[in-house]
Design a protein around this ligand. Sequence first.
Ligand code: SAH
Ligand code: SF4
Length: 361
Amino acid sequence: MNREAGAVSLLGLPRDELEEWFVSRGEAAFRARQLMRWLYHRGELEPRRMTDMTLSLRESLGRTAGLVLPNVLRHERSADGTRKWLLDAGGGQVIETVFIPERARGSLCVSSQVGCAVNCPFCATGQMGFNRNLSAAEIVAQVLVARREIGAGERAITNIVFMGMGEPLANFREVVRAASVFVDHLGLGLSRRRVTLSTSGITPRIRKLAAVSRVALALSLHAPDDELRNFLVPLNKRYPLGPLLDACWNYARETESREITFEYVMLDGVNDQPHQARALAKLLRDRPAKLNLIPYNRVEGAPFKCSPRDVIDRFRQVLLDAGIMTITRKTRGDDIDAACGQLRGTVLNGRSVPAGMSARA
Ligand code: SAH
Ligand code: SF4
C-alpha cells in the first residue's frame, strides 16, 4: 500500500486526539469511535475492510493512517508457559514483550523504551544503555501483536504492566497516551486497576501522573535508605526517598487507589538483612502499601546473587509482623530470559540486534 509521506500512526492515539484528527480532516468525530472498535475490538487494521466507513474515507485511511504492526523477529516459549516476542523496532533495534499466563489471569509486560538510561546495576536493560523512547503506537502495537499471537484457546490478556524494557515515566507523554487506550472501553477496555505502571521513581512525574491518569502505580524501591538506594537505583540521588514516598502516598490519595505496590529485588547480602526489613517496615507501616519481594534473576556481568529462600522468608515475616501485605513474586520465564530485569537485545555499537542473530549483518 502506498502511504503519504509523513503519515501519522492512528494506532495508540487516545480517543480525544483521534476525534480531533478526523475533525481536522473534515470528517465527523464519531469516525474515531468506529476506527477504535475496528482496531481494538475486532483487531482489524486494514482500512479496506472497515465496512462502516465510506469508500473514500477507507481509501484515505489506507494512505494516511499508518496502521502497521511490527514484525516478530523471534518468539520463545518458556517451560512454564511464559512467552516472549522480540519485535523489530526499526534501525536495527528490538523491543521485547512478555506474556505471563496464570491460573486466573494473563499479564502482558510491555516495553516503553528501547533500553533504559537509569542504569540500575542489577538490571540487564540498564546495561544496554538508552536508545530511544517508543511511541504510543509502538506500545499499543505490542498488545495487538501479543493478542494475535496468543489467539483463541489460551488465557486472554487481562492485565497490562509497564514492566518491560525502559523507564515509563521518562517517556511520559507516549506512555500516558497508550495507557488511556488500554483503559478506554472503546480501546482495550481494561479496568484501571489492571494497568500497572512500574517506575524507578521520578518524583515530579509521579505528581504529574496523578493529574492525568489513574492507573495502578508500582514503585521499584529495592532499598530502605537513601545511601543504599543511591547505589541500586542511581536516580535516587536526584529524587531521594522522603519526597518520593510522599509523592506515592499523594498518588494513592488523589487517584483513590487502594494501595501502591512496592517492588523489592532480593539481593544476597546487599539489601536482605533483618535490620533492613525493619527499616522497610517503618517506611511502609500504616500506609496504603503492598510489597512484592522479587527473587533476583541472574544477569550476566552483574555482581549480584539472589538471596537464599530462607532469608527471603525471614525478611517477609518481619514485614508481615508489621502488618504489611507482602508476597514473594514467583519467577516466571527465566529459562528464556523473559523474567524481570532480563530483557535486552544484544547491543553492538549502540545498536541493538536480537540475541542469536548475526551482529555483523
Ligand atoms: N523501569 C521500570 C520498570 C521495568 S523493570 C522499573 O524499574 O520499575 C520491572 C521490575 O523488575 C523493577 O522493579 C525492576 O527493578 C526489577 N528488576 C530489574 N532487574 C531485575 C533482576 N535482574 N531480577 C529481578 N528483578 C529485576
Ligand atoms: Fe531501567 Fe527499571 Fe532496569 Fe532500572 S530496573 S535500569 S529503571 S528498566
